[in-house]
Design a binder for this molecule. Structure first.
Ligand code: 4AD
Ligand code: MG
Length: 441
């Protein structure tokens, strides 16, 4: 190990290395790749914020050369060197290494399992704890974090108060077929929440404009590219607001998330090869069509959907092809929607509901609408849906004591981030995906 500048050089993040051209700095990270060419070594380092290409010369820095030569992939290293502009390199610079401290050397007999070649997705999912180190996966997770930050900031700026909903719940919110049952203390039954909605309806009556943002669970038996069994949902709810207000809020929220990522995560979007011009275009207002119009669009395109049918992933993709922004579909048939929906006063067969469908085949990213505010109708609906009235007594209290019109929606974080990233499957946009037959690692 050579000591030149080792103790004095300031530690910099790779994403900021370009600000230090001409300076000697320290990078702390891992060896992502190593190419050897006679008396020169060409390592690529990563530190979680990006990758940085390096050069080590045997002649100039024999100790650093010896430390790096043959070093296995993913060994952890602290590197000292001078940052130099190099337009062809990722990030526009490279490091001329003068010293290397190997923090942990990966054993030659037990090489890092993910090589820089194509692996099957099942293998990668088994190694998800390591897969997230690759630049593509790390970029996705940074974009996810930025989208979350932007979403929270937007909601807070709109005057919504964060009120967290519980995860153990006594009853279903979104139908009983996808409930995860939990053996709660002393053999009481509880269920993992499918949606925080019923609870934000309560906090909205207490605080006015609220939201919850947390994990939600559905025992989805279907194996699609858009379903997880554990996913994150942001759910606003507001007293005295209506369907139109929520559509507008949803447009603003989605636009804020997309524009924040476009602005703050350029490098990551480039790593993903994402067409940023498509994202730059995502600004309100979004196109709006009724459910009736959506059925016509589908039928014109030769799809067999009839009035009253729900839309599957294929139908959503077909509809979204007509738009370059997310499209809002509103006023679905009441019969196919959840028990809590308010009916359209102009046509009680329709629910005051809306879905937002992302472009480029991103699928449904938002579902929501106006809530049933009448005590009598809600009791009737609970019975029609065979839901246990006893478990909903607290919820019925919200209609007994000062019921008001109110509305809200749920934005699926992973669906939204998958669309922003342009990933085919949403399993890549959550650090540790939970799916049908997968709870490892
Ligand atoms: O449309 P959903 O089922 O609506 C609700 O749960 C309402 N209670 C929300 C509310 O009004 N507060 O789910 C909302 C969104 C969907 O649009 C979708 O983006 C996402 O949650 N979602 C899923 N994402 C990943 N995997 C799954 N299994 C999902 N199910 C729903
Ligand atoms: Mg839905």
């Amino acid at each position: 190990m050579t000591q030149e500048n080792q103790t004095t050089a300031a530690v910099v993040a790779i994403e900021r290395a370009g600000d230090h051209v001409g300076q000697t700095v320290a990078i702390r990270g891992w060896l992502y790749n190593l190419r050897e060419s006679g008396k020169l070594l060409f390592p690529i380092f990563r530190d979680g914020t990006g990758v940085l290409q390096g050069v080590v010369s045997l002649k100039e820095h024999p100790d650093a050369f010896a430390a790096l030569k043959g070093l296995p992939q993913e060994s952890s290293v602290a590197v000292t060197g001078k940052i130099q502009a190099e337009l062809r390199a990722p990030g526009g610079c490279e490091i001329h290494v003068s010293a290397i401290e190997v923090v942990q050397r990966v054993a030659d007999s037990d090489p890092y399992p993910i090589q820089l070649k194509e692996h099957g997705v099942d293998f990668l999912l088994d190694k998800r704890h390591l897969w997230i180190r690759t630049p593509r996966q790390a970029s996705i997770l940074r974009i996810r974090a930025d989208a979350i930050r932007a979403a929270r900031n937007f909601m807070d700026d709109q005057g919504y108060t964060l009120t967290d909903a519980p995860i153990f719940t006594p009853a279903a919110c979104e139908g009983t077929t996808t409930l995860f049952e939990v053996n709660y203390i002393d053999d009481q039954k509880a269920y993992l929440t499918q949606s925080g909605q019923l609870y934000v309806e309560a906090t909205a009556a207490a605080l006015g404009k609220v939201y919850t943002f947390g994990p939600t669970f559905r025992a989805e038996k279907s194996k699609t590219r858009r379903h997880l069994t554990e996913f994150w949902m942001l759910e606003p709810e507001a007293a005295y607001l209506h369907l139109e207000d929520m559509i507008e809020l949803g447009e603003g929220l989605v636009s804020a998330m997309v524009q924040s990522v476009v602005k703050s995560r350029k490098r990551e979007l480039a790593t993903l090869g994402r067409d940023v011009s498509k994202l730059e275009n995502i600004k309100p207002p979004f196109p709006r069509i009724t459910y009736d119009e959506a059925v016509q669009v589908l039928q014109k395109a030769g799809n067999p959907t009839k009035w009253g049918d729900d839309f599957g992933g294929d139908e959503e993709t077909l509809i979204s092809k007509n738009f370059d922004k997310p499209v809002v579909i509103h006023r679905y048939p009441a019969a196919m929607k959840a028990f809590y929906m308010e009916a359209d006063p102009k046509n009680p067969n329709l629910a005051l509901s809306f879905d937002m469908i992302a472009p480029e085949g991103g699928g449904e990213i938002i579902g929501g609408g106006e809530r049933q505010s009448s005590y009598e109708t809600l009791v009737k609906r609970l019975r029609e849906h065979n839901l246990p009235e006893q478990a909903f007594q607290w919820y019925l209290d919200l209609r007994r004591y000062g019921s008001v019109p109110h509305a809200g929606f749920g934005l699926g974080l992973e669906r939204t981030v998958a669309w922003i990233c342009g990933t085919e499957h949403i399993r890549e946009v959550i650090p540790f995906p939970r799916m049908l037959y997968r709870v490892y690692p």
